[in-house]
Design a protein around this ligand. Structure first.
Ligand code: FAD
Length: 536
């Protein structure tokens, strides 16, 4: 081959201009690599999903007439890392040109550019052609250390890509309908919650391979993978979302429930898609009205444009059955948050990875790795994450994330947990969400305030508290919800960081109104909890 083109596991974009022509001189390479299974302790389903999707992509390219080399861990085990593998392949195939797509992760981008600097052959780096904003223009929108705000960026993006616009004004007259999106799910709503569309991709070979190569993973292994791994499946999931979830997406976006038991999910994607009447046994899950598209998006199996255009088209065809607030909320997540987070990442790396603005130094409690805690909200969010490699945004932000924030867990440990456990976790999107939005370790680059909350918030947005060992209405008694005292302890310890912020001024007014003796009892309770953090 004259030319070797590398395709990374999260670059499965079949619409890339690379593939417009078949060419016998070009060899496409996809490789399972130990450096990728080992840079974090990943959820086993996440490794399976990437490996299975890579394999499916290799097959699809081959069927489309391209020359493809798909290497498994068995084939690559003898190479120390990606550069070693590439060096080996280049001499084996007498390659004279090397092409790659710009990695979205700093670690890989550094590794490849360092490797290429010493290559004696021609090298070309390409855009991934996935995001709304190209890599080259990110610098026009984001600068290092600047406290950019989502809302400002989001409006620019709406205008520029002319999405949900009427002329120069936002459709409906308002840019953002977030205030309509805060409903709790009540028992009476349960019967309407659609079952998730699940697939059953056989990954038993991959599991055996992981074992053979002694790959350390976390979470529950299923030989049948529930996540979409091909463009066809990902499109089915998108259609299913538009048909069954979009109409309530915004409304229940922040709601959480532990009452829908996920233990007996049934996996038959086709069936649920075809049937309007979803069988009751499928109605047992917690992704609620969320799309579960993050893996397909982050692996670039689907493009954000395609997802948004499809959702807007079904909004337009729904004759009012889907309201503007629902579609706007969905568009904001992908056109707004997803692109914003990526911009922040690239403007601030590599320094971002070390930010610890609140000087949080405590270790992550070991129960994050098995979920055995008496706190019902934490138990639900962690066990579900270990079983399904999924939790929705508010579970990540306001349950596990909030706990780490107010308990003062070291952001390196928090990042490592989030980077491993979720099906969609890739550093460019995981890190600004975790270290920034959720831990406020960036001092406000991503968000204007720390998302700290007491048990009251969990009680408002979920049904977790009703069967919890702890009492959500109590603050300093023996069985009081730990989040309450920890919340006040956090606010008190950071009084200098936050008291001038207009968004937290009210909170401090409330704290200072409490009798000093009550303040002392609360702080003592918090100290006790922190000293016994392993046993919560
Ligand atoms: P939906 O609720 O259906 O939203 C639709 C899509 O919008 C998502 O698929 C995603 O692509 C995008 N989106 C929504 N919110 C965000 C956001 N804040 N940032 C970027 N994209 C967003 N998302 C990841 O893709 N990878 C991560 O590693 C990741 N880590 C997170 C860690 C923390 C602490 C927090 C608070 C959030 C994190 N998120 C991450 C963002 C968000 O929680 C997930 O994208 C979402 O839960 C995925 O589920 P879904 O596809 O059902 O999303």
């Amino acid at each position: 081959a004259k030319r070797l083109r590398l395709i990374l596991g999260d670059q499965l974009n079949a619409a890339h201009t690379w593939y417009q022509q078949q060419d016998n001189d070009t060899l496409y390479v996809l490789a399972e690599l130990k450096q990728e299974t080992d840079y974090a302790k990943h959820h086993v389903q996440k490794v399976c999903a990437f490996f299975a999707a890579m394999q499916a992509f290799a097959n699809a390219l081959r069927n489309a007439g391209h020359r493809v080399l798909h290497l498994t861990l068995d084939d690559t085990a003898k190479y120390q890392d990606l550069p070693a593998l590439l060096t080996g392949l280049m001499s084996q195939y007498q390659v004279r040109e090397f092409h790659y797509q710009l990695p979205d992760e700093y670690r890989l981008r550094q590794q490849l550019s360092r490797f290429c600097r010493q290559l004696p052959i021609a090298v070309m780096a390409f855009e991934t052609e996935h995001f709304y904003l190209s890599d080259a223009e990110l610098k026009d929108y984001f600068s290092k250390g600047k406290k950019h705000r989502l809302e400002h960026f989001y409006r620019k993006m709406r205008r520029r890509f002319n999405l949900l616009m009427q002329g120069d004004a936002p459709a409906g007259g308002q840019w953002n309908y977030d205030a309509d999106n805060r409903q709790k799910l009540k028992v009476a709503d349960f019967e309407f919650v659609p079952a998730p569309l699940l697939f059953s991709n056989d990954v038993s070979d991959i599991l055996t391979r992981l074992e053979r190569h002694n790959i350390k993973t976390i979470g529950l292994a299923h030989s049948s993978l529930l996540w979409p791994i091909t463009r066809h499946q990902a499109n089915e999931l998108l259609q299913y979302f538009c048909r069954h979830c979009l109409a309530n997406f915004g409304r229940f976006q922040d709601a959480m429930t532990g009452k829908l038991d996920p233990s007996n999910q049934i996996t038959n994607g086709q069936l649920t898609l075809e049937s309007e009447q979803i069988p009751a046994q499928h109605n047992k899950q917690r992704s609620l009205y969320h799309s579960r598209l993050s893996f397909a998006l982050n692996a670039k199996i689907l493009s954000p444009q395609h997802v948004i255009d499809t959702a807007i088209a079904s909004y337009q065809q729904a004759d009012g059955a889907i309201t503007l607030a629902q579609i706007e909320g969905f568009v904001r997540q992908i056109l707004g948050w997803r692109e914003f987070i990526r911009g922040v990442y690239w403007a601030n790396m590599p320094e971002y990875a070390r930010l610890n603005n609140l000087a949080a130094e405590r270790q992550l409690p070991s129960w994050f790795w098995h979920g055995d805690t008496k706190m019902s909200c934490m138990q639900h969010a962690i066990k579900q994450s270990l079983d399904y490699a999924y939790a929705h945004h508010i579970q990540r932000l306001m349950v596990t994330g909030n706990f780490c924030l107010i308990a003062g867990i070291n952001p390196d440990e928090v990042d490592a947990w989030y980077l491993g456990i979720y099906i969609d976790a890739i550093e460019w999107v995981e890190m600004p969400n975790t270290r920034g939005m959720s831990q406020f370790a960036d001092g406000g680059i991503v968000g204007s305030k720390a998302y700290a909350a007491s048990g009251n918030y969990i009680n408002k947005m979920s049904d977790y508290c009703s069967d919890c060992h702890y009492k959500v209405k109590q603050t300093h008694s023996e069985n009081a919800c730990p989040l309450n005292a920890l919340y006040w302890h956090f606010m008190q310890r950071h009084i200098e960081d936050f008291s001038s912020n207009p968004r937290t001024r009210m909170v401090y007014a409330n704290w200072l109104k409490k009798p000093e003796q009550t303040q002392q009892l609360i702080l003592q309770r918090a100290q006790y909890l922190l000293n016994n953090i392993e046993n919560l």
